[in-house]
Design a protein around this ligand. Structure first.
Ligand SMILES: [Zn+2]
Ligand SMILES: [Zn+2]
Length: 280
């Protein structure tokens, strides 16, 4: 069975383990049966610890170039490695994001939102009430809708990202069709109309990857189903691993969820062009 992991961090990401070299991550992915991996290290606008590309110089960061060449030379036979990027808040600086998207080195770019305009990463926010969580979700979804129409990414990453941090602080708030149906539909329609895909982020899906996984996907299966109902058919699956132990964790389970929910193909990317692999 073909398995591809399209959301993987290496030690080029500030929040990844320093042993997570691309070559080591590729080895660990292959052990889980994954035969294609795309490295998507962080480049977040407004977060200086991440890879910084632009506004004047649009060259591939040296650390990424070195690691990727090393991975191509040292990755074991049987796994294909591709180079991508997780671009955070690209809609906060559209010209810069478009220039990054036009760089020839990247096969694939994930569009992510880790912090709202003028706010810190959801990871660092202090959640004090359910109302506040829902208010943040509204703003989050509004910014995702805005991001969906900017031509600077291939696939939208981890819709519902903030949930993990809200839950950790004791608030069981989540994005449901019942509460946020209009906004979710507007977002999914914008992705579909603009030819962008949606990621099924499996970082929290299976035990064995992240410590204390929430046993859910991002987005939820409810939203995944809605995407399909609306005609969405471009989906990638990602482990979002930041260390060797988590490399590829949840990917096989994510593929199974796609199958169970009526998807027949998973997407992989070359030069920003989706290629569809049949889900056997
Ligand atoms: Zn992310
Ligand atoms: Zn990530």
């Amino acid at each position: 069975m073909f398995l591809a992991d399209y959301h993987v961090h290496s030690c080029c990401s500030f929040d990844a383990d320093n042993k997570a070299r691309m070559s080591e991550m590729a080895k660990a992915e292959l052990k889980r049966g994954i035969t294609e991996v795309c490295f998507t290290d962080h480049c977040d606008f407004g977060v200086p610890e991440t890879l910084q590309i632009g506004p004047n110089n649009f060259q591939l960061p040296r650390s990424q170039a070195h690691q990727f060449i090393d991975a191509m030379e040292r990755a074991p036979d049987g796994i294909e490695v591709r180079l991508g990027l997780e671009l955070g808040q690209p809609h906060h600086d559209v010209p810069r994001a478009k220039r990054i998207y036009a760089m020839p080195e990247y096969d694939f770019i994930l569009g992510s939102l880790h912090n709202l305009r003028g706010e810190k990463d959801f990871y660092y926010l202090k959640y004090e009430s359910l109302e506040q969580c829902y208010e943040l979700y509204e703003r989050y979804l509004d910014e995702l809708i805005e991001l969906a129409s900017v031509p600077c990414f291939d696939v939208m990453a981890h819709i519902g990202y903030c949930l993990r941090y809200m839950h950790k602080q004791g608030f069981e708030a989540s994005i449901t069709m019942e509460r946020f149906g209009d906004r979710v539909d507007a977002l999914l329609r914008a992705l579909i109309e603009n030819g962008r895909g949606m990621e099924l982020n499996c970082a929290d899906l299976a035990p064995g990857g992240r410590a204390e996984p929430l046993l859910t996907t991002f987005p939820s299966v409810e939203i995944l189903r809605r995407y399909r109902e609306l005609g969405g058919d471009i989906v990638t699956v990602g482990s979002d691993a930041h260390n060797v132990k988590a490399a590829g964790s949840g990917v096989a389970e994510g593929f199974e969820l796609l199958r169970e929910n009526g998807f027949r193909y998973v997407a992989t990317y070359r030069r920003h062009k989706a290629e569809f692999k049949r889900l056997a």
